[in-house]
Design a protein around this ligand. Structure first.
Ligand code: ADP
Ligand code: MG
Length: 256
């Protein structure tokens, strides 16, 4: 087992954004994590990476309890992530942004630069190396986040809505990139609202609603699950679906 989260809870005051959520990740998985807006997906990611301290629960990576480690230490072990809202350094170039990732493994500027250039080539951004990050649009920023994460040489990558805001064509390009990353041996957890992306990439899916897991299974199983449909659409729409008035389209859903 590569990564295991045991009963992670994250409370903000009396409100539990994540409520005793557990997951196990085997090497080679592509796990989809879905759920309506506000379900706690990003908060769960933050607890896995250490960007937020969980209120309770444990995170185990390759057999080591990493629950108390800061994000940098978790990244050094091989846990990388992208942010739902890209955290690019606007005044720096694209290359420099990716070098920040590479500096996790080396203190040498030339080594970091070579690594960053190789990663930019891999994600198809080499011609943008010297552009300021602020010049990028949404697709470029999302891809830059992926590049920076790749430059840390991760074993696991957590992608938080890496395809939100992209056109259909850009989504298809991003799916290819994710497939390529997976083929290179990186295990993935993807939070994504676009169900086509989950359907075409994820081998299994877990569904969050109000901080709790409400379903898990194959993409086909969870999207046919009445509890999942109800979480997204409300019970009346779910009843229609159950009565055969498909298709269902699981989008962001109402804020909970
Ligand atoms: P998702 O990523 O599934 O859309 P989030 O993890 O972003 O959901 O948020 C889950 C819930 O926790 C939401 O109700 C959100 O408003 C709340 N929340 C997230 N971060 C904070 C915070 N720093 N302080 C208080 N509430 C928060
Ligand atoms: Mg989120």
């Amino acid at each position: 087992m590569l990564l295991e989260a045991r009963a992670i809870t994250k409370a903000f005051g009396s409100f539990k954004a994540v409520d005793a959520a557990s997951v196990t990740l085997e090497a080679g998985d592509i796990l989809g994590l879905i759920g309506p807006n506000g379900a706690g997906k990003s908060t769960f990611f933050n607890c896995l990476t250490g960007d937020l301290a969980a209120t309770s629960g444990r995170v185990v990576f390759e057999g080591h309890d990493i629950s108390e480690l800061p994000p940098e230490a978790r990244a050094r072990l091989g846990l990388a992530r992208t942010f739902q809202v890209p955290q690019t350094f606007e005044g720096m170039t694209v290359l420099e942004n990716v070098m920040i990732g590479a500096f996790l493994r080396t203190a040498h500027r030339a080594v970091a630069e070579a690594k960053a250039r190789a990663v930019l080539a891999r994600v198809g951004m080499e011609r943008l190396a010297d552009a300021p990050a602020r010049a990028l649009g949404t697709p470029g920023r999302k891809r830059l986040e992926i590049a920076r994460a790749l430059a840390t040489e991760p074993k696991v990558m957590l992608l938080d809505e890496a395809m939100a805001g992209l056109t259909l064509h850009e989504v298809n390009l991003a799916i290819e990139l994710v497939r390529d990353i997976h083929r290179s041996g990186i295990t993935l957890v993807i939070v994504e609202h676009i169900m086509e992306v989950i359907m075409s990439l994820a081998s299994r899916v877990m569904v969050f609603h109000q901080g709790c897991e409400i379903a898990r299974g194959t993409p086909q199983e969870v999207t046919a699950n009445p509890a999942v449909i109800a979480a997204y659409l409300g019970t009346r729409a779910a009843a229609k679906v159950a009565a055969g008035h498909t298709p269902i389209e699981l989008t962001g859903g109402p804020a909970t």
